[in-house]
Design a protein around this ligand. Structure first.
Ligand code: SF4
Length: 238
């Protein structure tokens, strides 16, 4: 398995050979680059096979997690004649069941907090909940267009979430929906490593987070299309 350190080491070796500039060193650099590319492709295929077999095992063990069934279940909840609060609670309950069902298949472990250094986007109602349970002051944000929210949120990539304590979530039971949908179906968290420059990061394979996030967004927009939304650290800047 190629880890980030080995990959960086090989890349440095290739660069050093190219910098030497001789015909022989350039030829060796090209050979190494080809071998590396072949190894990366082989590894991607292996990982994809492992992920597919995990997803099959998951749905076999939990038939309600078949994407179509889950979608139907969630769209029923979104369409219910009930308050936004009650519908959100139901989606969160399902998200918790999904997290529990996924636990034997994911690389995520206590103390692994790479995804808590990513751009965590939350709704105002989620920030209010966090402010209530932690008694921490929150900032009221204005509603902003989505491109503005994303452009600003990207600045927080690589920075720890304000609720992260010693690599653990201090608000785990009340964490926002987006924190419940992200994980890695690989056997190790290498691809979540935030030391990889954003342009080179690839999203780790997951049980599709949109299955939960889309209906949640739909019900929130139905309830209040202008609800402020932003990075968790914008609501809790200190
Ligand atoms: S709220 Fe918790 S799970 Fe979500 S990003 Fe912050 S520390 Fe991580």
């Amino acid at each position: 398995m190629l880890d980030v350190e080995t990959l960086n080491f090989i890349k440095q070796e290739i660069e050093a050979l190219l910098n030497q500039g001789s015909e022989e060193s350039v030829r060796r650099a090209e050979e190494m680059a080809q071998m590396l590319e072949a190894r990366i492709q082989e590894q991607r295929q292996m990982e994809s096979d492992i992920v597919q077999s995990k997803l099959r095992a998951l749905v076999e063990a939990h038939p309600w997690m078949a994407p179509k069934l889950l979608q139907q279940n969630l769209s029923k909840i979104v369409g219910e004649n009930a308050s936004a609060k009650s519908k959100r609670r139901k989606v969160i309950t399902i998200a918790t069941r999904v997290t529990d069902a996924l636990s034997p298949y994911v690389a995520c472990r206590i103390g692994c907090s790479d995804c808590c250094h990513m751009n965590t986007m939350i709704y105002e109602h989620e920030a209010i909940r966090l402010a209530e349970v932690t008694e921490r002051k929150m900032v009221r944000l204005a509603y902003r267009p989505i491109n503005e929210v994303f452009a600003h949120g990207a600045k927080f990539n690589g920075k720890p979430c304000p609720f992260l304590r010693e690599d653990r979530c201090s608000v785990y039971e009340d964490r926002p929906l987006v924190c419940r949908t992200h994980h890695s179906l690989l056997d190790n968290p290498t691809s979540c490593n935030m030391e990889i420059p954003p342009a080179k990061q690839t999203r780790p394979p997951m049980y599709d987070p949109d299955l939960l996030e889309k209906p949640y967004i739909e019900l929130n927009v139905k309830h209040n299309p202008a609800e402020p939304w932003g990075n968790i650290a914008e609501f809790f800047p200190d």
